[in-house]
Design a protein around this ligand. Structure first.
Ligand code: PMP
Length: 361
């Protein structure tokens, strides 16, 4: 069996062990005589899967006790309006730091629901960097400060979270959750769609501080209130049971492979393989992100001309590399190297890039 070198931006590569386990358990999960998908979400067997996923998230991300972990639907995109609906009261202003298209989309939804301000933005350079913490403008009436920890499209990533604010800090970690240890206690809310580092699409992880939940707006639709899901352990309505089962298995794989710090070590090794080629290419490959803002999840680069970009992508495809096209708003190439992408795939891409340069420069 050949598995592709999968550099998809999301949905993305999953660990082979996890897929094979799902295959083995597909038609008879845990001697129930049925698949996980066929179990009642109120059954003891499903509840164990559900609670194990939540407890592994708490363990691997070292979530303090004064936080709730929720498993929701609607993708990260539904978090964009849910956050201001719940946490941006009329007398306050929601503060967004713009570092890419996903922060812009988060802001767009917040604007429809209340007052907003932009604390900082790197749009002037087509999002090649993360603004310095001391340039981010915060105000006493900030409802919260919203950041995007990893910018999937532009390939930039926050390196630390030393923002100067007393307002609740909220982060979209969709494309780097569990890729490295993060100080969860620094945040009031973290959210992430699962389909990059955590599992298949269909489930969104939310980690939220109880103190913030106490301030939540109550006069909003039931399903859009975080407290509804807190009160029912994310079982208010039918959860995406199979996605959560896969999430649990991916989390077990992360645990077996060194947890968040094990992932960070591997991800840094993988990212270095590719950034080294870019840096040693004498400008043949040009990285989109400034060096000190580079992402260890999405490596974005361009070749000198559209023709060369196209030739690179065509040859890469023929050589068995999948998903290397840059996002349409940046162009060029992007290698997404989430947790489950192997060091071997990155080494193979490194060699391909070196060979391609030798042939075409
Ligand atoms: N935020 C970020 C940083 C993303 O990368 C994505 C998806 N690529 C989203 C939000 C949107 O996620 P979803 O498709 O789950 O709504």
């Amino acid at each position: 069996m050949t598995r592709a070198h999968n550099f998809n931006a999301g949905p993305a590569a999953l660990p082979l062990d996890v897929l094979e386990k799902a295959q083995q358990e597909m038609v008879n999960f845990n001697n129930t005589g049925m698949s996980v998908m066929e179990l009642s979400h109120r059954s003891k067997e499903y509840e164990e899967v559900h609670n194990e996923a939540i407890s592994l998230l708490k363990e691997l991300l070292q979530v303090p006790n004064n936080y709730e972990v929720l498993l929701l639907q609607g993708g990260a995109s539904l978090q964009f309006p849910m956050i201001p609906m719940n946490f941006s009261p009329k007398d306050k202003t929601a503060n967004y730091v713009l570092t890419g298209s996903w922060s812009e989309k988060a802001l767009k939804e917040a604007k429809k629901l209340g007052e907003t301000r932009i604390g900082a933005s790197s749009s002037d350079s087509n999002y090649t960097y993360i603004p310095d913490a001391d340039t981010i403008e915060t105000e006493a009436d900030d409802a919260y400060v919203h950041i995007t920890s990893n910018n999937t499209i532009f390939g930039t990533q926050w390196q630390d979270f030393q923002l100067n604010t007393n307002a609740p800090l909220i982060a979209d970690m969709s494309s780097d959750i569990l890729s490295r240890p993060v100080p969860v206690e620094r945040f009031s809310l973290i959210y992430a769609g699962a389909q990059k580092n955590l599992g298949p699409s269909g489930v969104t992880v939310v980690i939220v501080k109880k103190e913030l939940l106490e301030t939540a707006e109550t006069n909003i639709p039931t399903l859009l209130s975080y407290n509804t899901h807190v009160d029912k352990n994310s079982l208010y309505h039918t959860p995406p049971t199979f996605a959560i089962y896969m999430l649990k298995n991916v989390l077990q794989w992360v645990k077996e492979n060194g947890g968040a710090s094990g992932m960070e070590k591997r991800n840094q090794e993988k990212a270095s393989l590719l950034y080294d080629v870019i840096d040693n290419s004498n400008g043949f490959y040009k990285g989109h992100a400034e060096k000190d803002s580079r992402s260890i999840m999405n490596v974005t680069f361009n070749l000198a001309t559209d023709e060369l970009n196209k030739a690179f992508l065509d040859e890469a495809k023929k050589a068995g590399f999948v998903g290397l096209n840059g996002h349409r708003s940046v162009g060029g190439c992007r290698a997404s190297i989430y947790n489950a992408v192997s060091v071997e795939s990155c080494k193979a891409l490194q060699e391909f890039m070196i060979d391609f340069q030798q042939k075409h420069q």
